[in-house]
Design a protein around this ligand. Structure first.
Ligand code: PHE
Length: 352
């Protein structure tokens, strides 16, 4: 009985030792060392009987010893196999990972290709720099607007025919995909008050049939300046600075009356088409490209932003960023912008 207890405690200690050794082993090689240590020819489990003087045990205790030894062998074999499997799995996963970042692989042409900024991103960034130079701030704004924000706040009531010109996509929560960036006029003035100078570039949407010069998804950059004594002269001055810096040459523009409910007086600033020189082409139509609708901020808009129109006046404009990018880069078809065609987009160098 005493022998049995001794055997049981030796088996227990051996099992604990095996478990502890395996817990340390991380690689298949380390597990293999442990297998040899216990189950190899001269292994501790293999020679357990010899080491414990099995032969000298009384016959009735030999049977019990045999059972315990079998149990120990099974335990050792099972646990070591388990660890070997896990270590092998880990090893192959690490190898795979190592292969993925193999720095010795020669650099092929495919790896040397770098991305480039979208042409609209180029123009937007350029515009932001120009306006920041004139003391304007640049504000981000949401692409979904409330009906009030997109229309009513800029003096377009529900029954106004101007809404027909800006049909858009209505969302189920009664918001709209904004048709223009003008919704930010009242938002910004309410937040920052007067005097104010800022631009709001962003994506706009209209229910529009698509052709070389029309898209249902396009970019605008709204600008707004409100202060005491602002007039059309300030508006023209800022527009001239803008175009001079963007095109870096003299361009021909014309100003003609235009109607927008949120400006009075309102203008259309057209650019003489840089593709056809004014003769007329698919990109422009009649030789002029409508580029910057603008005007003096309507008193109702100022009132909606709690600003007294007798004290303050201002101008607003909405540059067609997409059109500007077409003119600047000589892209003759507006449909390229949203096409995701890398052959077009990769022609533009990264911004940095
Ligand atoms: N929001 C107008 C449009 O998208 C453009 C505009 C902006 C006109 C500011 C005047 C002043 O058509």
């Amino acid at each position: 009985m005493q022998e049995n207890n001794r055997t049981a405690s030796l088996v227990k200690t051996m099992k604990e030792q095996i478990t502890a050794d395996l817990a340390e082993a991380k690689t298949p090689e380390q597990v293999e060392q442990i297998r040899i240590k216990y189950l190899g020819k001269k292994g501790l489990v293999t020679n357990f009987a010899k080491n414990t003087d099995f032969a000298k045990l009384p016959p009735d205790e030999k049977k019990n010893f045999g059972q315990q030894l079998n149990d120990l062998k099974n335990f050792a074999a099972e646990k070591i196999q388990e660890s070997a499997d896990n270590a092998a799995k880990l090893d192959s996963a690490q190898n795979k990972h190592r292969r993925q970042i193999d720095l010795t692989v020669p650099l092929t042409a495919a790896f040397q290709r770098s991305g480039s900024a979208h042409p609209i991103a180029h123009v937007q960034s350029e515009l932001e720099t120009i306006f920041e130079g004139m003391g304007f701030c640049v504000l981000d704004s949401p692409e979904c607007e409330t009906e009030y924000g997109n229309f009513e706040s800029v003096n377009i009531p529900a029954d106004h025919p101007a809404r027909d010109m800006q049909d858009t996509f209505w969302l189920q929560n009664e918001m709209v995909l904004r048709t223009h960036t003008s919704a930010n006029q009242v938002r910004a003035l309410k937040r920052f008050g007067a005097p104010f100078r800022g631009i709001f570039p962003g994506r706009c949407f209209r229910y529009e049939s698509i052709d070389p010069s029309h898209e249902n998804t396009f970019f605008q950059c709204e600008g707004l300046m409100v202060d005491k004594g602002i007039s059309v002269a300030n508006l023209i001055g800022v527009m001239k600075t803008l175009l001079g810096e963007i095109f870096k040459r003299d361009v021909l523009v014309r100003l003609r009356p235009g109607f927008f409910p949120f400006v009075e007086p309102g203008f259309e600033l057209d650019l003489n088409c840089l593709f056809c020189g004014g003769k007329g082409c698919p990109a422009c139509g009649d030789g002029w490209m409508e580029l910057i609708p603008c005007g003096l901020v309507h008193p109702n808009v100022l009132r909606n932003a709690d600003i007294d129109p007798n004290e303050y006046s201002g101008f607003a404009f909405g540059v067609g960023l997409t059109r500007l990018a077409m003119m600047k880069f000589g892209i003759r078809d507006i449909r390229y912008f949203n096409s995701g065609d890398v052959r077009v987009l990769e022609q533009f160098q990264p911004l940095v």
